[in-house]
Design a protein around this ligand. Structure first.
Ligand SMILES: [Zn+2]
Ligand SMILES: [Zn+2]
Length: 439
């Protein structure tokens, strides 16, 4: 894969240098990406904090965690309720500042200061409406992350979910140190797989129609496009915190996962080839829709499932890649009726849970076991079921023919892992919040 670059910096610089495989005499996006292999990925995985942007993001996580640690004491805001305005007031402004400062840095540097020289669309006009649209949906995405934080801090603070305390991770016990190291490297590795299977799941017909199409309103991406998602997509995107439910993890591992989820999309959605974290791989996904579903680090998954696109396709001629209009990525005009209807139904499914969880936190009796399970399942699987139902009612093409080259087994694998990555973690966390407090 060419030379090794510290933290993913290219020749030590942030802007103006291409990845080692790129032939500079070719137009941006026309040098084929090297064929990705699982072995290549495996051999670099142990060093990923040193040779990829992950090293920068983990440093940001440690800074945030030490400056704004979670308060999990019995008298904390988090212990009082799984969702509260007080918790949002405590942590929301910080997350909004970090996320928008990071994406804003890329946006300003590339689109206003033009510190890079190789855009995928030469001479593209600045699109303020699209930027505002992306900022708007990213804003809600950050708030939904704060909701995840609120729920998990509540589960920890009330003894509903066990966690490894900081004194283990940072205090020098051998087990704690090992757990800390596993979180540092494990979060980006796990996130890559979670991203592929949850993202691929969102490309199946009904979920694409009602949910993921919002993210794809950008065919020519810019940094704020990274988090510009439908709230239901945010819900399943953040379901990447599943390891914090499965294993005895430290709150830091959870926060590091969140920082990765919030920050990493900015540079990969830049629309430019020559800077830290930038490149062609995900740009192609937004231009062609049905290729490069994974993150660039695990492109071998796309190669394996037959959806790897190494460069611009033949229809896009070198020197003549044209801008595609993004007419739907605007805030001008009212949203479509079916968009509003679906959003309302998905929100209602979660509202049922929120009401029950808040009533319990306020001192009410826990719901009966069967009812708790049903409410949690509705929160986790409801938005998927509502999309399916909506598509049926709208008479949309509901048969989901397996993509070219996929057998029934491959298709089933994606459905099962898609649900495990999206619906199950949400339902699980919601179910825990409906259990009697352990303390
Ligand atoms: Zn997509
Ligand atoms: Zn994207």
């Amino acid at each position: 894969m060419g030379g090794v670059s510290l933290f993913g910096l290219r020749h030590g610089t942030i802007f103006g240098e291409v990845a080692p495989y790129v032939a500079k005499e070719k137009a941006p996006g026309f040098t084929p990406l090297p064929q990705p292999t699982a072995l290549g990925w495996l051999s670099s995985a142990p060093f990923l904090l040193l040779i990829s942007p992950n090293g920068v993001w983990v440093a940001i996580s440690l800074l945030i965690y030490s400056a704004f640690p979670y308060d999990l004491s019995p008298t904390s805001t988090a212990a009082a309720a799984p969702l509260s305005l007080a918790f949002f007031a405590e942590r929301g402004p910080g997350w909004l500042a970090v996320t928008f400062a990071y994406a804003g840095f890329w946006h300003v540097a590339l689109y206003l200061l033009r510190l890079s020289k190789r855009p995928f669309i030469p001479g593209r006009p600045y699109n303020l409406m699209k930027t505002l649209h992306n900022v708007f949906w990213s804003f809600w995405g950050v708030l939904l992350w704060v909701a995840f934080e609120n729920v998990f801090c509540y589960l920890w603070a009330t003894g509903r979910l066990r966690y490894a305390p900081d004194r283990d991770s940072f205090g020098g016990t051998a087990g704690g140190a090992l757990r800390f190291a596993a979180a540092l490297v494990g979060v980006p590795l796990w996130r890559a797989f979670h991203f592929y299977f949850s993202h691929r799941f969102l490309h199946f017909n009904a979920l694409y129609k009602y949910v993921h199409s919002l993210h794809h309103r950008n065919t020519d991406i810019e940094p704020f496009a990274g988090l510009a998602m439908h709230p239901v997509e945010h819900l399943y995107y953040y379901a990447c915190v599943l390891p914090s439910l499965l294993f005895l993890c430290s709150p830091f591992a959870f926060l590091w996962n969140g920082v990765h989820l919030l920050l990493s999309p900015a540079a990969s959605h830049s629309g430019w080839e020559d800077h830290f974290g930038g490149g062609f791989f995900h740009y192609a996904h937004h231009r062609y829709f049905d290729v490069n579903y994974a993150g660039a680090d695990v492109a071998f998954i796309d190669a394996y499932f037959g959806s790897f696109a190494p460069s611009f396709s033949k229809e896009d001629k070198e020197g003549g890649v044209t801008l595609r209009e993004d007419p739907k990525s605007t805030l001008a005009g009212p949203p479509a009726a079916d968009f509003v209807a679906y959003l309302a139904v998905a929100a209602a499914a979660l509202w049922v849970w929120a009401r029950a969880a808040l009533a319990l936190a306020a001192g009410g009796a826990p719901p009966p076991a069967g009812q708790a399970l049903l409410i949690a399942a509705l929160a986790g699987f409801g938005p998927v079921a509502a999309a399916e139902l909506g598509a049926v009612l709208a008479g949309a093409e509901m048969g989901r023919p397996a993509p070219k080259g996929w057998g029934a087994g491959t298709y089933a694998l994606h459905i099962v892992l898609g649900n495990l990555c999206c619906s199950v973690p949400v339902a699980w966390a919601c179910w825990l919040a409906l259990q009697p407090a352990a303390t």
